[in-house]
Design a protein around this ligand. Structure first.
Ligand code: NAI
Length: 244
């Protein structure tokens, strides 16, 4: 069954990792997909491979409002509507609050917080029109503390609570807002970590492995689908039981 046959889905950070898997998943389910990423070259390669053949790659820096506006304009120009926004672009810079620098915080907060806020703000009028939805990629690091990434945890905590606030404000307009909160996931973001760090994570995950990007993408697609029509304001762990 093609759950998104007549839908237009915009995925940020779609050139790699969870965002790429998400774009592929929506395309497999029939959606027209906008793959927005800093890395236009990589996004274009993924777009050219999508099964639906209805894909557009767009350059965006989600931390810059003007760039986000251009991304929304390009989406509307090509497809005329927007049904699903997946706020997925994010960065991780390891370090405790003592190690990390002001520049690290500016980077993390501008992409992970400003980016989610800017994209949501500019997409919402079109989502109200389509009775659409937003799915944010938050993190288990936004649900509880985590070692060696205090700035990242702070940024994802903001995404978790922004998700709740948006759900309250815009539910009456027919827009649902939820997030996925992945645990350790096998992407470039985490793949160069030392095995010792990875082992420390595995000890906390009952399923004793990291998620595949496709496993997170499947939950994002579920939350965006009619199957989740009464789910709103939820931050759903996809973490192998880590937060159980
Ligand atoms: P990734 O590094 O594989 O992919 C991130 C993508 O976002 C890249 O294509 C990158 O070019 C793009 N991007 C970065 N900054 C951008 C900007 N300013 N504007 C537009 N695009 C930008 O990372 P991954 O792992 O796929 O992460 C996706 C999301 O999942 C992030 O929000 C991350 O925080 C979150 N997450 C990842 C986990 C993991 O273990 N990999 C765990 C929990 C959450």
């Amino acid at each position: 069954m093609l759950r998104f046959a007549d839908k237009v889905v915009l995925v940020t950070g779609a050139a790699a990792g969870i965002g790429e898997a998400t774009a592929r998943r929506f395309a497999d389910e029939g959606a027209s997909v906008v793959l927005a990423d800093w890395s236009l070259d990589k996004a274009q390669v993924v777009a050219s491979e999508l099964h639906s053949g209805k894909a557009l790659a767009v350059h965006v820096d989600v931390s810059i409002l003007k760039s986000v506006q251009q991304m929304i304009d390009a989406t509307l120009q090509r497809f005329g509507r927007l049904d699903v926004l997946v706020n997925n672009a994010g960065v991780h810079i390891p370090g405790t609050v003592l190690d990390a620098t002001e520049a690290d915080w500016r980077k993390i907060s501008s992409v992970n917080i400003d980016g989610v806020i800017f994209c949501s703000k500019l997409a919402l009028p079109y989502l109200v029109e389509s009775k659409g939805c937003i799915v944010n990629t938050a993190s288990v690091s936004g649900l509880g503390g985590d070692w060696g990434g205090a700035f990242y945890c702070a940024s994802k905590g903001a995404v978790v609570n922004f998700t709740r606030a948006l759900a309250l404000d815009h539910g009456a307009q027919g827009v649902r807002v939820n997030s996925v909160c992945p645990g350790l996931t096998r992407t470039a973001m985490t793949w160069d970590w030392d095995q010792s760090v990875r082992d420390k994570f595995y000890e906390r995950i009952p399923l004793q492995r990291e998620a595949l990007p496709s496993e997170v993408a499947a939950v994002i697609a579920f939350l965006a689908s009619a199957d989740a029509s009464f789910i709103n304001g939820v931050n759903l762990p996809v973490d192998g039981g880590q937060t159980a």
